[in-house]
Design a protein. Structure first.
Length: 134
């Protein structure tokens, strides 16, 4: 059995990102941070989704940085887009995103790569707002 203190600690160790997906009149997918963003826009089939990330540890940051640093001669450069991608891949624990058959998709690089850019950008922006940049 988990004690109250342990349960609170578990909650502190995760970051939950909530967002909404709907469809406009043309059946194009629309993504929003809040359901209110769809107000007065004739959006249908609105679904709330959640992605849960674990908070990064020191070794997570080292791993993410090692995957995103590039050397060019004597110069070392950080690729910000790759940093966001690797942070997503390394820290994601679970999500509510489903496939065409309505089954929850497994969190892996292949499925993360399939995310529509609007969804990935919204999630990454919200995650970055919480954890900041490395």
């Amino acid at each position: 059995e988990v004690s109250k203190d342990e349960a609170e600690e578990v909650e502190k160790d995760v970051i939950e990102i909530v967002f909404f997906i709907g469809k406009d009149e043309k059946d194009d997918m629309i993504v929003a941070e809040n359901e209110e963003d769809f107000k007065d826009k004739n959006i249908k089939d609105i679904q709330q989704h959640k992605v849960t990330f674990r908070k990064p540890s020191y070794i997570d940051n080292v791993e993410i940085l090692s995957l995103t640093l590039k050397t060019k001669g004597d110069e070392v450069q950080l690729d910000p887009a790759l940093l966001r991608y690797e942070r997503f891949c390394v820290l994601a624990k679970e999500w509510t995103l489903v496939d065409e058959e309505g089954k929850t998709m497994e969190i892996n690089r292949e499925n993360i790569n399939r995310l529509q850019p609007d969804i990935a950008n919204l999630i990454n922006n919200k995650l970055e707002a919480v954890v900041g940049s490395l």
